[in-house]
Ligand binder design. Structure first.
Ligand SMILES: NC(=O)c1ccc[n+]([C@@H]2O[C@H](COP(=O)([O-])OP(=O)(O)OC[C@H]3O[C@@H](n4cnc5c(N)ncnc54)[C@H](O)[C@@H]3O)[C@@H](O)[C@H]2O)c1
Length: 225
């Protein structure tokens, strides 16, 4: 007989991506003194339908009461626990150029429970360098600081041609999850968790949609003439 416990749980990626938006909305409601949130209210805020809201929240084990909805505070708690954002995830960032510097200055990561505690760049890095109050070290320091501070997550912001080599060194140092902002697709052992930010890909989708929309508008214009 199959052992259900051994089956990995499968989550919907779009649903996972919506969870931060629920959290943001619930925190707004909490700040406004609201104790409950119904699925239609959350659905309106997220521009989705109420059935999807119920399904998404079921995924994290939350159930609302008929007519009353979800209790705001326990739901925030459940979302933060599910996302692992209750205790800040400490991360290192590598590559303090344009993008890395911008990320280091982004205060919003604190809301995701992400704390970038140090950054690295290729040496030599002058002693006591700070970028947005985050200390910056020579990348040669990365392995021993990763081990000493038991950091498991790293943010990769080096140029594309350095990405593979830097990522391999991250893995050797004990990093288990890499948030890859470079355009390079990393070749790493299967068990290394990686998430690629694809600004170029997202922009391609936007551009193609805009081009289609403009063709539709032009088409309408022609019909009217
Ligand atoms: N994900 C996206 O959609 C997106 C969008 C914009 C930029 N990017 C990517 O982000 C990356 C960084 O872009 P940028 O504009 O900040 O570049 P940048 O040149 O301004 O910064 C790169 C930094 O990495 C450092 N670096 C280079 N080699 C290194 C190494 N071996 N070890 C440690 N540090 C090293 C450099 O000294 C520099 O400070 C690039 O890969 C770029 O393609 C991605």
């Amino acid at each position: 007989m199959e052992n259900d416990m051994a089956k990995p749980q499968v989550f919907s990626i779009p649903a996972l991506k919506r969870l931060p938006a629920y959290l943001r909305e619930l925190k707004k409601l909490q700040a406004a003194g609201r104790l409950h949130a119904t699925s239609p209210v959350l659905a309106r805020a997220l521009r989705i339908d109420a059935i999807s809201v119920r399904k998404d929240l079921e995924m994290i084990g939350a159930a609302g009461s008929p007519g009353v909805g979800y209790q705001v505070e326990p739901l925030i708690d459940a979302l933060e626990s599910f996302l692992g954002w209750k205790n800040a995830s400490e991360a290192f960032l590598v590559g303090t150029g344009h993008l890395g510097t911008a990320l280091l200055g982004y205060r919003g990561f604190a809301d995701y429970g992400l704390k970038i505690i140090a950054a690295f760049d290729k040496g030599p890095v002058p002693k006591d360098t700070l970028v947005h109050d985050v200390p910056v070290f020579d990348f040669a320091e990365f392995p021993h600081l990763t081990r000493r501070l038991q950091i498991r997550m790293a943010i990769l912001c080096v140029p594309d041609d350095a990405a593979q080599e830097v990522a391999e060194k991250m893995v050797e140092a004990g990093i288990l999850a890499i948030w890859n902002f470079t355009g390079h697709t990393l070749l790493l052992p299967e068990d290394i968790i990686r998430q690629k930010v694809n600004l170029a890909g997202d922009f391609a989708v936007l551009s193609v949609k805009l081009a289609r929309r403009l063709r539709e508008i032009d088409g309408c214009g022609e019909d009217k003439q």
